[in-house]
Ligand binder design. Structure first.
Ligand SMILES: NC(=O)c1ccc[n+]([C@@H]2O[C@H](COP(=O)([O-])OP(=O)(O)OC[C@H]3O[C@@H](n4cnc5c(N)ncnc54)[C@H](OP(=O)(O)O)[C@@H]3O)[C@@H](O)[C@H]2O)c1
Length: 332
């Protein structure tokens, strides 16, 4: 079966079309016929190993020291249809349309992928009925991350939430979730993404190249830094009484400062990363079906064009999500 093979660490040109054996599900697994996958910022970071030093080495040990060997196909999320189930799988049936994450196994730049049906490392749920496979593929990674942080912030109606780096896969769902929780949202990203951010519910927008959000005099109840670029002390100072500072991409120094943020108004810092819980994906499915969240899609590429898609995502121009269409989408 066809796949885009990850042949080395480096530029997008290390991604080449190839053939792999069709996988066979184990007793606890489902075989998924992949309809769509995404190219995320995280995929590009893994491919090129442009990662913090403390992650780079374990990554090489896990994927392959000199080149990818244990893991040879990228792709962390997908939507598709179950083609076969292992003997122990009870919750899903052949023909179910599903979406989810792969956890560390990766491998959705391919026509087929096997995944465990009930594992704490992999989120798997039925696909929302009101969106396409391509749209559904764009939800799991960014959606679970956004949900994980915004839930911990315990947003109250009317609170002011700022999302820094709001134009990508985490932020575009983050804006809509924060709105759903009743917040007034300020979205920060580059100029060409601001109109899109308003269209999905941001009341205020800031072009980060033109203005530093910590220097405007505005105060927030929650600052969610998706991009990992907000200045720590000034961000804490921009929080109101009992404000929460959520860091999806904390540096080592930020992690160390998190327990003593230093503000005088009882501000809290929350770091960490999302788990892969199927029930959380199920929750996102319900919000999508209720019309509260709609995935933002920028461009579509074919499996043959994965390298091109990586070039585009790396350019930083991506608005929302970039999709790899593996099979023609079903009309919704
Ligand atoms: N903690 C985890 O487990 C976890 C999970 C998923 C993702 N991540 C990481 O989280 C990061 C964001 O993920 P994502 O998928 O949402 O990425 P994304 O889709 O690339 O979105 C990030 C956004 O941040 C913007 N940005 C860049 N520099 C900025 C700055 N200085 N100020 C404000 N905005 C800025 C980017 O715009 P421009 O490019 O136009 O500047 C882009 O729109 C990635 O590094 C990813 O690897 C972490």
């Amino acid at each position: 079966v066809k796949a885009s093979i990850w042949t080395g660490y480096g530029s997008p040109d290390v991604l080449r079309m190839g053939e792999v054996e069709k996988p066979v599900p184990k007793d606890n697994e489902v075989l998924i016929k992949v309809y769509a996958a995404t190219v995320t910022a995280g995929d590009c970071e893994m491919r090129s190993l442009k990662l913090p030093a403390m992650i780079r080495l374990p990554m090489r040990f896990y994927v392959g020291i000199f080149k990818p060997q244990r893991i040879t196909i990228l792709g962390q999320e997908y939507a598709g249809v179950i083609e076969a189930v292992g003997s122990e799988v009870k919750a899903f049936q052949v023909g179910d349309a599903v979406f989810g994450t792969t956890g560390f196994s990766l491998g959705t730049y391919a026509e087929y992928k096997c995944l465990p049906a009930n594992s704490g490392d992999v989120a798997l749920a039925r696909k929302p009925g009101n969106i396409s496979f391509s749209e559904a593929a764009a939800v799991p990674v960014g959606g679970l991350e956004a949900l994980h942080f915004l839930r911990q912030a315990n947003i109250q109606p009317g609170e002011r939430v700022l999302i820094n780096g709001a134009g990508g896969s985490i932020g575009t769902i983050g804006i809509q979730l924060a709105r759903y929780y009743g917040a007034e949202v300020t979205a920060v990203d580059s100029a060409e993404k601001l109109e899109m951010l308003r269209s999905i519910g941001a009341k205020h927008v800031i072009d980060y190249a033109a203005q530093d959000f910590t220097q405007t005099g505005e105060m927030y109840d929650v600052i969610f830094d998706v991009a990992g670029k907000s200045p720590f002390a000034r961000s804490v100072e921009s929080l109101r009484e009992n404000g929460r500072y959520l860091l999806a991409n904390p540096s080592m120094a930020d992690r160390m400062r998190a327990s003593r943020p230093g503000g005088t108004r009882n501000q809290r810092v929350i770091v960490g990363s999302a788990g892969q819980r199927s029930e959380d994906l199920e929750y996102l499915k319900q919000l999508i079906e209720a019309g509260k969240i709609k995935p933002v899609i920028d461009r579509y590429y074919s499996l043959e064009q994965v390298a091109e898609a990586h070039h585009y995502v790396e350019s930083g121009r991506k608005k929302g999500n970039v999709i790899i269409t593996i099979r023609p989408d079903d009309p919704v």
